[in-house]
Design a protein around this ligand. Structure first.
Ligand code: PEP
Ligand code: MN
Length: 267
């Protein structure tokens, strides 16, 4: 693989999202709902997340759904709402972008551009993201090998954008009923040992089950992940998308507290 990616100099890349560092000393927890249906809904979630100390919020405006009849996100209206929320709460936002048109239109408003699993192979989109000077969260494809995932990162790097955060979000196995995917925890030491870029874990899409998210989050933090991206909601059962894997705020608080304890024990 090319030198751009390899950790040959042993210098770790810290990705700055405003004054928040991903890949630095502190592990960063990103959270929010899979998507949202109104300003009031996302506002009520962000209000609680802020109390937990969450500074980067997820909330899908454009949803890549398997079923074309499922809710696709509020789209342009959703972006208007997110911009408003960002201002009102002084938070950072991470939003998945699926098309080059939307990238042109919204890149300036988004703090971290998410490239979803289904778009990990969208090389046109990766090239365009590579020309921006903006943090990018690159999710691993649904069943991508490490090499394929890292070559997608290489597309972004080649354009000059070094602000890459890798995200392991579970890979497919033969078991589809009990769990959604399998969290590849080995990706953490593999990436940390061989590459310069931070890696964060998405335990929500990995397991597909809310009851698994807390233990998988803790496992990822212990294994050395630089952070987590977790789906949460004040009323998980009313989530418009991915309700089954969405945790409530008190579970999220447990994870945040666990992370704080890990940090304090180190010092
Ligand atoms: C998401 O984060 O909402 C999402 C759709 O994730 P993935 O691309 O990992 O399926
Ligand atoms: Mn989701």
């Amino acid at each position: 693989m090319e030198d751009l990616l390899y950790n040959s100099s042993n210098v770790k890349r810290v990705v700055s999202v405003g004054n928040i560092e991903i890949g630095g000393n502190k592990k960063v927890i990103i959270s929010g709902s899979c998507t949202f249906g109104s300003y009031e809904e996302i506002k009520s979630i962000v209000t609680e997340l802020k109390k937990c100390g969450i500074e980067i919020i997820r909330g899908g405006a454009f949803k890549s759904r398997t079923n074309p009849n499922s809710f696709q996100g509020l789209r342009d209206e959703g972006m208007k709402i997110l911009k408003r929320i960002k201002k009102e709460f002084s938070i950072k936002i991470i939003v998945e972008i699926m098309t080059i048109d939307h990238l042109k239109k919204y890149a300036d408003d988004i703090d971290i551009i998410q490239i979803g699993s289904r778009n990990m192979y969208n090389y046109d989109l990766l090239e365009k993201v590579g020309r921006l000077d903006k943090p990018v969260l690159l999710k691993r494809g649904l069943s991508a090998t490490y090499k394929e995932w890292l070559m997608s990162a290489e597309y972004i790097l080649k354009g000059g954008n070094n602000n890459i955060i890798l995200c392991e979000r579970g890979i497919r196995t033969s078991s589809q009923e009990e769990i959604r995917n399998v969290l590849d925890i080995q990706a953490i030491p593999y990436i940390k040992n061989n590459f310069r870029f931070p890696i964060i874990i998405d335990p929500s899409h990995a397991s597909g089950k809310a009851y698994m998210v807390e233990s998988m989050s803790k496992a990822a933090l212990i294994a050395g992940a630089d952070g987590l991206i977790i789906e949460s909601h004040i009323k998980p059962e009313s989530s418009l998308c991915d309700a089954e894997q969405t945790i409530n705020i008190s579970t999220l608080k447990n994870i945040v507290d666990f992370n704080e304890r890990m940090i304090n024990n180190k010092n």
